[in-house]
Ligand binder design. Structure first.
Ligand SMILES: C[S@@+](CC[C@H](N)C(=O)[O-])C[C@H]1O[C@@H](n2cnc3c(N)ncnc32)[C@H](O)[C@@H]1O
Length: 298
């Protein structure tokens, strides 16, 4: 495993620590051994995305409306066409067939059926999809979610939220059969019935908010989470433990021993950026595990 001293300069180390929470986004990559660190790239950004406050400063659940309210039928049509091309590309890809195989035939299927077993349909909640109008990765990620609903009969309604969604994106999402939420939940959805959370390349705080809100064995055991590898977060945390003690990953790191992870295979370069480091996560916590104590002891 790479040691921080092997990195060339304090700047890069600082950047890595800062971006360890995001791990991935649409953007400029610095590769070192088998780690890939990505930093936001503002060049080529087609739409000026609204600036967000840091998740830590923004824990309140608030009513939300899109910041970008400009829309025209042409703009919506253009985006819908881009989405249809993307859905078709994913559907015909080897990436998608390997992805479905993993769900249906591998060891993972036991974990899925344990959670889906008693339910007719599982709701899918998508947080942090990003801008489907400006970037390909969010389009590929959304295509995958939509195709899952089309191909897997146990997936029900899809709800989507990202504070940067524009009115055009919101209308296209609704047309594609997704319900765009009007509340920024900050990832703090309480799980009563099993839910599949599709959170591609979100910040660690958002995963942590979800876990913290459901910090009981029976809630956690009802969650299927698609998102950044928790194992990688743990590795980063241990690599940089002298530099950062990150409160915002406390629940994510505490739940690690009770988490089963299945890594998504990106198969080809076309899908690398959108799905690199993405995993299915399942939690298996016994009723006698004192989660509060474990979290407190960290
Ligand atoms: C690193 S980006 C990932 C975007 C996209 N999934 C990708 O891989 O390129 C994280 C996304 O999380 C979104 N986000 C931030 N706070 C959020 C919240 N409270 N609820 C849902 N999404 C949020 C950001 O707006 C951003 O689009």
């Amino acid at each position: 495993m790479m040691h921080p001293t092997r990195l060339f300069g304090v700047f890069l180390i600082t950047t890595m620590v800062a971006t360890a929470k995001t791990l991935i986004s649409e953007q400029h990559r610095v590769e070192e051994d088998d780690w890939t660190i990505v930093m936001p790239r503002r060049k080529n950004q087609k739409r000026k995305l609204p600036k967000l406050k840091h998740a830590k400063q923004q824990r309140e659940q608030t009513h939300w409306v899109p910041t970008d309210l400009e829309t025209t039928p042409e703009r919506e049509l253009k985006l819908m066409q881009k989405m249809q091309i993307s859905i078709e590309k994913v559907e015909k890809s080897q990436f998608f067939s390997v992805f479905l195989d993993q769900i249906c035939t591998s060891e993972a299927s036991d974990h899925f059926s344990k959670i889906t077993g008693s339910e007719n349909k599982l709701k899918m909640v998508i947080y942090g999809i990003g801008s489907i109008e400006s970037f390909e990765s969010p389009r590929l990620q959304l295509s995958l979610a939509i195709l899952m609903k089309r191909k897997l009969d146990w997936i029900g309604e899809i709800e989507v939220f990202d504070p940067i969604i524009s009115l055009t994106e919101s209308k296209v999402l609704e047309e594609l059969g997704c319900h765009v939420l009007s509340v920024n939940e900050q990832g703090m959805r309480k799980v009563v019935n099993p839910i599949l959370f599709f959170m591609p390349h979100c910040e660690a705080e958002l995963y942590d908010n979800l876990l913290k809100t459901n910090w009981k064995h029976d809630n956690l055991n009802k969650i299927i989470l698609f998102g950044n590898s928790f194992e990688k977060y743990e590795q980063y945390q241990s690599m940089f433990s002298e530099l950062t003690l990150d409160e915002s990953m406390k629940h994510l790191l505490t739940i690690r021993p009770f988490t089963k992870e299945f890594k998504i295979s990106t198969v080809s370069d076309d899908y690398f950026r959108a799905f690199q480091n993405s995993c299915w996560h399942f939690f298996n916590v016994d009723s006698d595990t004192d989660l509060q104590l474990l979290c407190f002891a960290r």
